[in-house]
Design a protein around this ligand. Structure first.
Ligand code: B1H
Length: 833
């Protein structure tokens, strides 16, 4: 193609009015050329790969907008409820392939591009993913957006348009180094700025008592600072349906480009400073596990997006339905953890102060509007805000929270006469650690439904952090086990497997209803399928090995067992337990070079919070052990260790299809659900895992004989901790364990420096809060069973096929249907045609 005018594709067979968004190959080619020309201002000969990517993205987007407008029109006239999903994080991942799959044109679009001599894989590599989340919680929100649209639930996802998402991780000398993620630098073709949809957000100042015209007392908030939130919309398509929903992210701006009043009195620099301060609010995502750092800005962020979202919800209600008294019938708000829990106080403020509603009516509406999902029991992740900071930033909201608390505690007093200890435990204000606001208590008190994210987790919240609340109102507690979208984590990331499943089942209905994977079950022993299954796996392993070699310099034999642990680095997830296993195998080989072993490639991926010193040391340890093992010809025929840098959605999509073994080894009771466990298993990896989170339900679903379970149960953990856990005794009592830890302390992995890993080894021996030592022996024994099974390929293949066949339950479609039916009471809205 060597053209200067855009109109060069072959004539289209679509009717003329359809050419812009036609789905035929000819229409796609024409649209592609047009977009390259009219949007990028380029013709083929001078177009960069990035221009080609943008043209492809706009070609997809045009088709998405058509569905989106249609959905908006139908939703507006239907009386269906709308779900507002409030989340501080959305880890969307690359958009192009996902959108083509959901449009149903993945194949034809690729063919169209190739006929134009465009290397489709190269343009996919060009895409920068929006990393607007830090881990499972953010990715869950993205899976739920996909499934909400697919299940035809009218929904708006609300969040923050961070200018910098989760940092990019590079590994230097074995250490994690953070690089800022400037994902917007080349523009974002998927979003539509909505400068006219903007709201004022206020901070600071004080409140005043006033009276309205009827003489009723009112509160007026006189803020110190006012900024503006502007909407940026991203359309979200469903799969196999015409429904499209909306992700609306807020960007903070100064109300005017300059504060002219200040400017006129001569404080030009002050005015510019105020503008910068406003823009700072949506500037950067905070990685979690960051103790205390940047707290004030984080609270500002939370209030910022929650205030814009609640104002927008009221505006939408006004535009469509009308009387504010019915807003809870039109909208349900789901809080993704406590990060948006301020929305409860904000809706109260808007209704009472700005809409002049009575407190009683406003509270009744608010209580019927919100639902809250808890994602963690870890004490350090349970959000609290210092009262002093809160009062300084949000004085009116503090008054509202006090009023909610007083009314709530009065009820508790009546129910549990004289139980003052209970009052103190349940209060929204924690008086034990210098006065702090407990966001989880606000979320529970202000919601009509509270849920955990897996069966065990939901049971634990009822018996630990929310025990008192459960006693007060047990009917409000629910469980919805997490799920992940098979579109992204099977169809997009593992097309070979998707094709094989479709060919074996004789249909592709499983993509829209994952229970249909059951059709694979009867073929689990079929040697022909098993051989193909193995080919698909080895091809994915080859792809990953090639990528890892290129990016880490570690050569890996695709025939080795790929044993993968990919998730955030955290002590409770116990990457160091995995390292102890590797060191054990290493020592076994060194002590007896004639010993034969199933070759294994240990592959890790994951980011550590920048301020989490121990997690960063764990990354260094993995790389240090890898360096010694990979270099040693005596062992490197059997063992390899690689650390995939920058584990994000895109890189995750390279890992899941290639895994033979999935490591889900958190201390029982600590991982609320886990979702990586589901992604691996859907791609045919077998799981070695503890009795924790969704592992338990995965094991039930796939069958105990197809799952490698080890370690203590959550109850045993609790008992052991109550009895007094003594890691030192375990260390002294197990010679192999001792020698594995001692090898780390010896300096072998740190060029002779015995101090480098001391903080880690000392902590294990003397404190070991996540009981690595207690599960060490059981883990090693279980790994023996893994090795034994892997040595029998037909048995392994059968187990792998059955894992996939029985994963239907872990589709996010099922999770969303449960939310819609049991918690939200929202009906699907079917679009014609
Ligand atoms: C999960 C978080 C989280 N639980 C604080 N909690 C954050 C906490 O930025 N922060 O301050 C961010 C995230 N993330 C995860 O949620 C659980 O650990 C997983 O077990 C679970 O699968 C996932 C989704 O429910």
């Amino acid at each position: 193609m060597s053209t200067r005018s855009p109109a060069t594709a072959a004539p289209s067979n679509d009717p003329p009015e359809q050419t812009r968004t036609g789905m035929s190959k000819a229409a796609l080619k024409q649209a592609y050329i047009d977009n390259l020309f009219y949007i990028q201002g380029r013709f083929r000969d001078v177009a960069s790969t990035y221009d080609l990517y943008m043209a492809a993205a706009f070609t997809a987007r045009d088709r998405m907008l058509e569905r989106w407008v249609e959905s908006a029109q139908v939703y507006k006239t239907s009386h269906a409820r709308t779900l507002c999903y409030l989340s501080a994080e959305y880890l969307l991942g690359p958009q192009l392939t996902q959108n083509l799959v959901n449009l149903g044109i993945a194949k034809v679009a690729r063919a169209a591009a190739e006929e134009l001599s465009v290397d489709f894989n190269a343009i996919l590599e060009e895409e920068v993913e929006p990393g607007l989340g830090s881990g499972g919680l953010g990715r869950l929100a993205a899976c739920y957006l996909d499934s909400l649209a697919t299940q035809r639930i009218p929904a708006i996802g609300y969040g923050i348009r961070y200018e910098f998402g989760i940092f990019d991780q590079v590994i230097q000398d074995g250490w994690q180094v953070e690089r800022s993620d400037n994902w917007l630098r080349n523009g974002n073709p998927w979003e539509l700025p909505r400068p006219k949809i903007s709201f004022a957000v206020r901070y600071g100042g004080h409140t005043e008592q006033t009276r309205d015209q009827e003489g009723r007392s009112r509160v007026r908030w006189v803020p110190e600072m006012v900024i503006k939130g502007v909407a940026y919309d991203t359309p979200i398509l469903g799969y196999g349906v015409r429904n499209a929903n909306l992700l609306r992210l807020w960007k903070s701006e100064a109300p005017e480009s300059f504060d002219f009043q200040t400017f006129n009195v001569g404080d030009y620099y002050g005015a510019v400073h105020a503008k910068i301060e406003a823009e700072t609010i949506s500037k950067v995502l905070y990685p979690n596990d960051e103790p205390e750092a940047g707290k004030e800005l984080r609270l500002k962020q939370q209030y910022f997006f929650v205030s814009c979202s609640m104002q927008d919800m009221i505006r939408l209600h006004r535009n469509t339905v009308g009387p504010l008294e019915t807003i809870h019938q039109k909208f349900v708000v789901q809080l993704n953890d406590t990060h948006p829990a301020l929305a409860i106080a904000e809706l109260m403020r808007l209704l009472v102060d700005e809409q002049a509603m009575t407190w009683e009516q406003a509270w009744s509406i608010t209580r019927q509007t919100f639902c809250y999902t808890n994602h963690t029991l870890l004490p350090e992740a349970l959000e609290t805000w210092s009262l002093a900071l809160f009062e300084r930033l949000l004085p009116r909201h503090l008054e509202i929270i006090y009023a909610i608390n007083q009314e709530f505690l009065d009820q508790v007093r009546v129910r549990f006469l004289g139980d003052e200890a209970r009052i103190a435990r349940m209060s929204l204000i924690d008086e034990t650690h210098g006065r702090r606001i407990r966001m989880a208590h606000l979320a529970v008190v202000g919601s009509r439904a509270v849920n955990g994210v897996a069966a065990l987790h939901s049971k634990l919240i009822k018996t630990t952090i929310f025990k008192d609340f459960h006693e007060l109102a047990p009917e409000r507690f629910h469980t919805v086990t997490n799920g992940v979208t098979p579109r992204r984590f099977m169809v997009v990331s593992n097309p070979r497997l998707a094709r094989l499943i479709t060919a074996t089942c004789g249909h592709d209905r499983w993509i829209g209803d994952l229970e249909y994977l059951r059709d694979l079950e009867t073929h689990a022993d079929d040697p022909v399928l098993q051989a193909r299954w193995r080919q698909v796996k080895i091809a994915a392993k080859r792809d990953l090995a090639c990528w890892l070699d290129h990016h880490t310099g570690v050569p890996i034999d695709p025939e080795a067992m790929f044993d993968i642990q990919a998730k955030r680095l955290h002590e409770y997830k116990r990457q160091h337990l995995k390292v102890l296993h590797i060191i054990r195998l290493y020592q076994r080989l060194k002590q007896d070079p004639s010993v034969s072993m199933v070759p294994r490639a240990f592959i890790f991926g994951g980011k550590a919070a920048p301020g989490y010193v121990m997690a960063k040391l764990m990354i260094k340890l993995i790389n240090a052990v890898g360096e010694v093992i990979n270099r040693d010809p005596q062992v490197n025929g059997y063992l390899r260790v690689a650390f995939m840098p920058n584990f994000n959605v895109k890189n995750g999509q390279r890992l899941y299809p290639a895994a033979d073994l999935s490591e889900q080894i958190s201390l029982a009771g600590k991982e609320a659900s886990g979702t990586g466990n589901m992604k691996f298993s859907m791609n045919g990896a077998l799981t070695i895992g503890t009795d924790d989170g969704a592992n338990i339900e995965i094991r039930e679903a796939v069958g105990a004989e197809n799952f490698f379970l080890f370690g203590m149960t959550a109850e045993e953990v609790q008992r052991k901790q109550a009895e007094g856990y003594r890691p030192w005794a375990l260390y002294q009592g197990d010679a192999e364990l001792k020698s594995d830890i001692d090898l780390i302390s010896s300096g072998l992995f740190s060029h002779g420096d015995p101090h480098l890993f001391r903080p880690l080894t000392d902590h294990l021996i003397h404190a070991d809060p996540f009981m690595v030592l207690a599960d060490y022996r059981a883990y090693l024994e279980c790994q023996e069973r893994v090795t034994e099974a892997y040595a029998q390929p037909r048995r392994w293949d059968r187990m792998s096929i059955l894992n996939v066949a029985r994963m239907g339950r872990f589709s996010s479609d099922r999770a969303i249907r449960e939310y819609a039916e049991r918690i939200w009471q929202i009906e699907p809205v079917v679009l014609d045609s």
